[in-house]
Write a protein that binds this ligand. Structure first.
Ligand SMILES: C[S@@+](CC[C@H](N)C(=O)[O-])C[C@H]1O[C@@H](n2cnc3c(N)ncnc32)[C@H](O)[C@@H]1O
Ligand code: SF4
Length: 447
């Protein structure tokens, strides 16, 4: 059984601690001294419903808020060299899997996958299929794009190769707000891109928007939402703005979240949520909304709890039940370039280099976080079947604290966040981090 540990979260703390899209966070990974062989790591793992993620770490610009693993532009030949390296890595990974391994889900993310030309995207699909064995036309495939790179020729390739979900980063439909977030973008270009995406006929269009931008008001936020709603997107992701170290905005604003900024984000979150609920959308998680009746072409915000993930490309994570691993990670432009250069020069992809071991306690925490942060919450029988205990046994102190804060709802057979709990998802998740993960993240030196 897991020992419940007190979380440092107090009700007076910021609701915006961190976005827990994966646990443990990559900043808790460390170089693996023994560089375990992938073949050993995957032996005996369930491989009938794997997820595949391919990371494309290139963008035309570096947005002021963005701390994703990506670089601006690519010197002559770098994208070709990157695709060559992806091919080598995909073959090495495939050789470590069972002959029977099957992929159930795929995604190309970044950075900006559509930074690649149409011909390069064709090659990306070819090499993915040939070297991993994934049949991209037979499984949900999600691809991220930015407005200027969502050109008709690239979209045609992606549609032809079976993309079921095209996710467009918009952030704001207002030119002033895009400028304030240091994202050089014009509304006319966004609208034109949305027209091309709808014409290409993807089953699911997702639009990413950000709230909490300097100067943004409830009126301008709702104006952005209405501009998005005009396209009737099947999905909308509403991201609270985070300003991270080493990003363009982070270099300017040294101080962390202020009470006024937190209040702005919470108010805009509530206004946005209510607006979407009133317009026929259902809330899937704090960030994700899905149009009622729309097809689901992705696994939602979190992949399945128990099946493994294969990440290809630098910056991509892979998960087995015992180890989460990846390549080195950075935000600073020079560090990112160095890591990408190292990746394209690498010839040995048969070993895991950086990662973090998972034990029974971490698996319980991960299961709890990934379920509780969904609007539908955690199914108690499923948790008991997997771990032989209940979350109330394993996380008594944390759950009592959430209860006292009014963050839990009463739903028979499930552990579910209340509306306020969901609004505080970015505080709920971090409160469930293990002391060891918290310490590793605190020790991590930003680079
Ligand atoms: C890989 S990008 C999407 C595709 C493409 N690169 C683009 O920007 O158009 C993923 C999304 O994460 C969100 N995001 C990234 N950094 C963020 C931050 N610091 N705060 C809030 N949202 C952020 C943005 O909404 C962004 O669209
Ligand atoms: S938000 Fe998108 S386009 Fe901007 S730097 Fe990040 S990944 Fe690139």
């Amino acid at each position: 059984m897991t020992t419940a540990t007190a979380s440092p979260y107090r009700s007076t703390d910021s609701p915006y601690q961190s976005y827990v899209y994966a646990y443990p966070h990559k900043t808790a990974y460390r170089p693996l001294a023994d560089r375990p062989a992938l073949r050993d790591l995957w032996a005996g793992e369930p491989q009938q419903a794997l997820s595949l993620y391919v990371h494309i770490p290139f963008c035309e610009v570096r947005c002021g808020f963005c701390n994703l693993f990506t670089r601006i532009g690519s010197p002559e030949g770098l994208t070709t060299a990157y695709l060559d390296a992806l091919e080598r890595q995909a073959s090495a990974v495939r050789a470590a899997l069972d002959g029977q391994a099957r992929f159930a889900l795929a995604a190309f993310g970044g950075g900006t996958p559509t930074y690649l030309t149409a011909a390069e995207l064709e090659r990306l699909c070819d090499l993915t299929e040939a070297h991993t064995g994934a049949d991209l036309r037979a499984i949900p495939l999600s691809v991220e794009a930015s407005p200027d790179t969502a050109t008709a020729d690239r979209l045609a390739v992606l549609a032809d190769r079976g993309t079921t979900r095209l996710s467009l980063g918009v952030q704001s439909f207002l030119d002033d707000e895009a400028r304030s977030a240091v994202r050089p973008q014009k509304r006319a270009a966004v609208e034109a891109a949305l027209g091309r995406i709808r014409a290409a006929g993807f089953p699911v269009l997702n639009i990413d928007l950000i709230y909490g931008i300097d100067g943004q008001t409830e009126r301008t936020w709702l104006a952005s939402l209405d501009a998005a709603l005009a396209w009737q997107p099947e999905e909308l992701y509403l991201y609270p703005l985070y300003v991270r170290p080493l990003t363009g905005l982070g270099r300017r604003a040294a101080d962390g979240p202020t009470p006024a900024w937190d209040a702005q984000r919470l108010a805009l979150y509530r206004a946005g949520r209510d607006h979407l609920l009133a317009h026929g959308y259902q809330q899937v998680s704090m960030r994700m909304f899905r149009r009622s009746g729309a097809p689901t072409a992705s696994a939602g915000e979190y992949a399945c709890q128990t099946d493994g993930m294969i990440g290809l490309g630098c910056g991509a994570r892979s998960y087995t039940s015992r180890l989460h691993y990846s390549f080195d990670y950075a935000v600073d432009a020079r560090e990112v370039r160095g890591i990408i250069d190292g990746y394209v020069a690498a010839t040995d992809f048969a070993r895991a280099e950086v990662g973090r071991a998972m034990d029974a306690d971490e698996a319980r925490r991960r299961h709890l976080m990934q379920s509780l942060l969904q609007a539908e919450g955690l199914e108690l029988d499923g948790y008991r079947a997997r771990f032989g205990s209940l979350p109330g046994d394993d996380f008594a102190a944390e759950l009592a604290r959430f209860e006292a804060l009014g963050w839990l709802a009463e739903v028979p057979g499930r552990l579910v966040l209340s509306a306020e709990g969901l609004a505080h998802s970015d505080a709920v998740g971090p409160a469930l981090f293990s002391p060891a993960v918290r310490a590793a993240m605190a020790e991590y030196e930003q680079k």
